[in-house]
Design a protein around this ligand. Structure first.
Ligand SMILES: O=C(O)CCC(=O)C(=O)O
Ligand SMILES: [Fe+2]
Length: 314
């Protein structure tokens, strides 16, 4: 008996034709997005408006940034967990990352750039802003599609106004001899949505419902769109958060990846009434995104096997 074919993630094309308001292509694309998020918590978006020049430029900018001395990179601090510099951590020895808050705004990117390069770095600043805007636009498109399919566009509008974007530049080195191969341990994201992009070295794996790890092959035009815990809360449990990890091979090249993470500021995330009925009783109380993130790091949060349910489940 032959073995079952390996699973792959759904690939969804975000070309202009599939985005056209009111078209049948948009409707079928939107349904495919929701189906993928309900089934896998993620999918691969291929973007025809993402140039290979921007792909090259953003990873060169990332490489340039990681080449700065550690005492400069550690200037990137934040009062929010995992938003600032992460690295030199014995629990995650392979991984180093820096976060750029409000990365879709001139001010956010400017603040980060002058922190690391006091005399400026126009190329870095412009490249990061352009990249964040393209990926932020993809997030918005995905969220609009989800809200159209579920009939909750009003609810999305209030979240949209309150959305901020964190861009994390991430780097992993290969493990030496007996060292762990784990770049990031299996987890679900605490962001509302995450959009990941890899350079040419693979490492990202997503768990399918049957427990199989699906390896995501890097490609310059491919973005992994994934839901985090808060998105599951908003959709009353319909969308599941993606469970994923990073595994590095011995002898591998350095791996660079980029994550754009969305966060909802100042408004509570609440299940829209359209998603509550007899078959779908309300599962989550309204919650504040950043208070939820702080809960994750409390003793109760670290012990919890199902953090969102323990924080605000009904
Ligand atoms: O580097 C990657 O591809 C994944 C990063 C990730 O999962 C995270 O930062 O939450
Ligand atoms: Fe993640």
């Amino acid at each position: 008996m032959g073995s079952l074919p390996k699973q792959t993630l759904p690939i969804i094309n975000f070309c202009a034709k599939n985005l056209e308001a009111g078209s049948s292509s948009r409707l079928s694309t939107s349904k495919a997005v929701v189906r993928a998020l309900e089934e896998y918590g993620c999918f691969i978006a291929t973007c025809t408006n993402f140039s290979s020049d921007l792909h090259e430029a953003i990873f060169r900018a990332s490489e340039e940034m990681f080449a700065l001395p550690t005492h400069v990179k550690t200037l990137n601090t934040s009062d929010k967990p995992s938003h600032g510099y992460v690295g030199q951590d014995p629990l995650k020895p392979l991984c180093e990352g820096l976060g750029i808050e409000d990365a879709t705004t001139e001010e956010g990117v400017q603040r980060f750039t002058t922190l690391l390069w006091p005399s400026g770095n126009d190329n870095f600043r412009e490249t990061v802003l352009e990249y964040s805007k393209v990926v932020g636009g993809l997030d918005e498109e995905v969220m609009r599609m989800v809200s159209e399919v579920y009939g909750i566009t009003n609810s999305y509008e209030s979240l949209h106004e309150a959305t901020s974007y964190l861009l994390r530049l991430i780097k992993y080195r290969a493990p030496v001899k007996d060292e762990t191969r784990s770049g990031i341990v299996p987890h679900t994201d605490k962001s509302f949505m995450t959009i990941l992009h890899q350079r040419h070295v693979k490492g990202l794996e997503i768990m399918a419902k049957n427990g199989e790890w699906i390896v995501v092959d890097p490609s310059p035009g491919a973005f992994v769109v994934m839901a985090g815990d808060p998105c599951m809360g908003w959709t009353n449990g319909r969308i599941r958060p993606s469970y994923h990890r990073v595994i590095m091979e011995h002898g591998s090249e350095v791996r660079y990846s980029l994550g754009v993470f969305t966060f909802i500021k100042d408004v509570e995330i609440r299940v829209p009434e359209e998603l509550v009925d007899e078959d779908h009783p309300l599962q989550f109380k309204p919650f504040d995104h950043f208070k939820y993130i702080h809960f994750i790091y409390t003793e109760e949060g670290t012990r919890s096997k199902f953090q969102l349910r323990d924080y605000c489940g009904i």
